[in-house]
Design a protein around this ligand. Structure first.
Ligand code: FAD
Ligand code: NAG
Length: 427
């Protein structure tokens, strides 16, 4: 017998679309809520920026996207594919191996059309509340708003796909930053390098946005000073750009406005630019303390997907960081869809809780900070495991490619991995 549940999916980005696809395959009844007027999430370039460039003002109008104008993918399109819909075979206007963001959006629109997902989406509809109804029947109330009109629906299950690149997370504890009177901004509000023309910029962070954006900023800025708290960075002048330097962590901001680094160097800057990532944010979620968020840790979540107490009916897609997003999202979506139809069973609530406890304990013992809870990196262990839950294995070709990608990352570094990979797999 097929078990068909009424499932709400929140968001129509990569995660929401893939969830819809997999849920539909399992014959569930799917409604996708999307607050904007089109699908694609992050991949819809939005030229608007927020009124508060740091994103601190709670009354600001929030812009969802963090995409910037010139962005090309930092993964080859081979590793941004679905197992049943390949980005390598789908070439639109920009057939490069690392295409611009428009190409990814076209791919997602094609995916949605091909699998008839668009008709499942309620556009211009923001979810304002998801609450577990506290009674014998375990249903969820989903409150949403379309053009100011509220609607309350009930669902058997909810899949949360609202994205994690919208709420800026700032570098904490920079003594003296409160006296800084010049410009500060977060990469969420970066669209093009113009505001940095002829400026002396301090960029905090060493993740993908810091690396990518700093290169673009360096083409117009007077000086670019990177700052990272990572113990692994190499301090000194850039070999590639003659106006770029790498520094250690910022020690403090002096009263006279000078930025002082931990190694004792200091300088007068015009802009402090935070490329420090994003916070997890689920403003609509009311779970009575069953799911909690603290410094980028949301939990307890079994394998970063299910809160044991509400599993499988409440789930989260795309929480793990620094991974192959498309494969990650696909394996999680399949797993969720098949646990909801009870083709796949989860361990008991206690076993799932124990698994989460063990993860936290291991992190503690190894001294891994809490905000790295969902950091899985570019490995395949996790993705393999999750695909395995639904009886699928990652294709050998894809696995080889991932292995080679990691090899390129290790041997050629952030500056060279893309070319190194293209040398083998490019046409
Ligand atoms: C600048 C940048 C570059 C990136 N580059 C790459 C790359 O090269 N390769 C790669 O694989 N990944 C890249 N990523 C990662 C990227 O986040 C993923 O590829 C993917 O887009 C994540 O999809 P998502 O569905 O989880 O979230 P999103 O794309 O953010 O989608 C979430 C959707 O939910 C909607 N929503 C949010 N809240 C509500 C609500 N309350 N009610 C209704 N709808 C709501 C939003 O409007 C949005 O459409 C990049 C990310 C950023 C920010
Ligand atoms: C999940 O939803 C189904 C269908 O509504 C319900 O039968 C089941 O009890 C729910 N499970 C939990 C743990 O709430």
């Amino acid at each position: 017998m097929t078990i068909s549940l009424k499932v709400a999916v929140i968001g129509a980005g990569v995660a929401g679309l893939t969830a819809a696809r997999e849920l539909q395959k399992e014959s569930h009844q799917v409604v996708v809520f999307e607050k904007s007027n089109r699908l694609g999430g992050t991949w819809v370039y939005d030229p608007r920026v927020e009124s508060d460039p740091l994103g601190l003002d709670p009354n600001r109008d929030v812009v969802h996207g963090s995409m910037y104008k010139s962005l090309t993918t930092n993964l080859p399109r081979h590793l941004m594919s679905f197992t049943d819909f390949s980005f390598v075979e789908k070439l639109y206007d920009d057939p490069q191996m690392y295409p611009g963001h428009e190409e990814v959006l076209k791919f997602l629109e094609d995916y949605a059309t091909h699998f008839k997902l668009t008709e499942l989406i309620r556009f211009n509809t923001i979810v304002t509340r998801v609450e577990v109804v506290d009674s014998v029947v375990n249903t969820f109330v989903v409150e949403s708003k379309t053009n100011g009109v509220s609607l309350v629906d009930e669902f058997d299950a909810v899949v949360v796909c609202n994205g994690h690149n919208t709420q800026p997370r700032l570098a904490a504890d920079i003594p003296g930053i409160e006296t800084w009177s010049k410009t500060q901004m977060h990469s969420h509000n970066y669209r093009d390098p113009e505001p940095f023309r002829d400026q002396v910029v301090v960029i905090i962070g060493n993740g993908p946005s810091a690396t990518d954006i700093s290169r673009e900023v360096a083409t117009v800025a007077k000086e670019v000073h990177m700052s990272s708290r990572s113990p692994h960075i190499k301090v000194g002048k850039s070999e590639k750009f003659n106006n770029m330097w790498q520094h250690s962590k910022i020690n403090c901001i002096n009263k006279d406005g000078k930025v002082v680094f931990e190694d004792g160097l200091f300088l007068e800057a015009d802009i402090i630019f935070h490329c420090t990532g994003y916070k997890l944010h689920f403003p609509f979620l009311k779970t009575n303390g069953i799911v909690n968020i603290q410094d980028k840790r949301i939990g307890p979540l079994y394998k970063h997907v299910f809160p044991p107490q509400l599993a499988p009916n409440l789930s989260f897609i795309g929480i793990p960081e620094e991974s192959f997003t498309f494969a990650l999202i696909e394996c999680q979506s399949r797993w969720i869809a098949q646990t909801l139809s009870q083709k796949v069973l989860l361990p008991s609530k206690d076993e799932m809780l124990l698994d989460v406890e063990q993860l936290y304990q291991e992190m503690n013992e190894k001294g891994v900070p809490e905000h790295h809870t969902h950091y899985i990196g570019f490995q395949t262990t996790y993705i393999d495991w999750v695909f395995g839950q639904t009886g699928m294995v990652l294709e050998k070709g894809v696995k080889d490619m991932i292995e080679y990608f990691n090899y390129c990352l290790m041997s050629a570094g952030l500056d060279g991995y893309m070319d190194a990979f293209a040398n083998k797999y490019g046409i």
